[in-house]
Ligand binder design. Structure first.
Ligand code: T4K
Length: 380
């Protein structure tokens, strides 16, 4: 039986990829803000309807740069239900993550619980739109305004998600995206930073018209370079290469097909699993979800683990995204009290979902899930 992994990278025809890479090869310009990367930034911004787009090396460096750009320090309010990079990026900046529980309907940070966690040391809220489902951006913005906090969204999963008709990346002070090979849109490795201060100012002759936040992102991702011999502040190597940009440019041509294929797969799964009444993120009518993952919450951890094991026997590798809850990691000193995140992280599985996964394969996965859950429920 052929193995089915939780995901598989989208692979465009190799001839298209090599033709695009050849442009960089012929130009002898392989990295350092080259023409393909700049083209990718413009095309991504336009395809997403985003206010801005600065491509960087990966989704983790995007978070680090975003935190630096807003001078996040002290305590940062965040979610315990995300990929580990959300939490470690805070600690990497020598700030303290303060965990606030999630809502059971979206699995995102619960705005009703944020204010109780704010102290004089709080500077920033770093929330994840987990699985590409938007946080309650309006409630979070209102809290941030009241307490003079910056808002960064870890939008790693959000390529294509819209809220009230516009890109979810246009919310918060900054949003960050991952373009890792496992994401629905990717450039092998890659990430992007989206700033939302759209007021361009003429900074000087070198930079021209750019917003102050974008100005600092550009310095931060390039060692602080400000011209060949001038430096402005501390930066890091957050750049991405022309070869990665080439893959991104090719993959972007297929984005409508990729999103449509996700929809087909979600519909298939939804239909075949309906009888189990599993927990799924609630999608509000204001949201166009990119359906980047297929997460399902079982009635208990035991039920989820029984399914994981049964699928593995059939060479199907679902994943416990995201387990463990991030506030239970060994290096977290103050985990807070987050019962909803604890429950969801223990009993959730993401089922396989990737471009080209066939209906027949989904039917096979669902038949295993249904049989296992029915048997488990009959015995427990
Ligand atoms: N914030 C959030 C909310 C995130 O989810 C992530 C990353 C980040 C920030 C950081 O962004 P990046 O710095 O990564 O750009 C994977 C991805 O590596 C990671 O990007 C992603 N989130 C996370 C949710 O998933 P793992 O440890 O699960 O990856 P791995 O190697 O186990 O691969 C997953 C599955 O994909 C496996 O079944 C194997 C298959 N696979 C993987 C690769 C790389 C392939 O078939 N081909 C491949 O080339 O983290």
């Amino acid at each position: 039986m052929s193995k089915i992994l939780v995901t598989k990278p989208f692979q465009a025809p190799f001839a298209e990829v090599s033709a695009e890479i050849k442009k960089a090869w012929d130009a002898s310009w392989l990295t350092n803000n080259g023409p393909l990367l700049r083209q990718l930034e413009v095309q991504m911004r336009d395809a997403l309807g985003a206010n801005d787009c600065a491509v960087v090396g990966n989704g983790t460096i995007a978070l680090q740069i975003a935190l630096r750009a807003v001078e996040a320090s002290g305590e940062i309010i965040t979610t315990p239900f995300s990929y580990v990079a959300t939490t470690t990026s805070i600690i990497w900046e020598q700030a303290t993550p303060v965990f606030v529980d999630i809502e059971s309907k979206t699995f995102n940070i619960d705005p009703a619980k944020i204010e109780a966690a704010i102290t004089p040391k709080t500077t920033t809220i770093l929330a994840t739109h987990v699985f590409g489902v938007p946080c309650d951006v309006e409630a979070i913005e209102a809290i941030a305004k009241r307490h003079d906090l910056k808002v960064i969204y870890d939008a790693a999963h959000c390529f294509g998600t819209k809220y009230k008709g516009q890109s979810i990346l246009n919310y918060g002070d900054i949003s960050t995206l991952s373009m890792h090979a496992t994401k629905l849109f990717h450039s092998v490795e890659g990430g992007a930073v989206f700033v939302n201060d759209t007021e361009a100012q003429k900074i000087d002759a070198i930079t021209g018209e750019v917003s102050p936040l974008r100005f600092s992102i550009d310095r931060l991702r390039n060692f602080g370079h400000y011209g060949p011999e001038k430096f402005e502040g501390i930066g890091i190597n957050g750049k991405n290469s022309e070869l990665h940009a080439a893959v991104g440019l090719v993959n972007l041509r297929y984005i409508d097909e990729i999103l449509a294929d996700r929809k087909r797969q979600h519909e298939k799964y939804d239909g075949l699993l309906a009888e189990l009444a599993l927990g799924k993120p609630e999608i509000s009518e204001n949201v166009e979800w990119n359906q980047s993952y297929y997460p399902v919450v079982f009635q208990s951890q035991e039920e989820a683990l029984a399914v994981l094991k049964a699928l593995e026997k059939e060479q199907v590798f679902a994943r416990r995204y995201f387990y463990p809850a991030l506030n239970t990691l060994k290096y977290i000193m103050e985990p807070g009290d987050t019962p909803v995140a604890a429950q969801v992280s223990k009993s959730i599985l993401c089922l396989p979902l990737y471009f080209g996964l066939e209906n027949q394969q989904i039917a096979r996965i669902c038949a295993d899930v249904v049989a296992t859950v029915q048997q488990f429920r009959a015995q427990n």
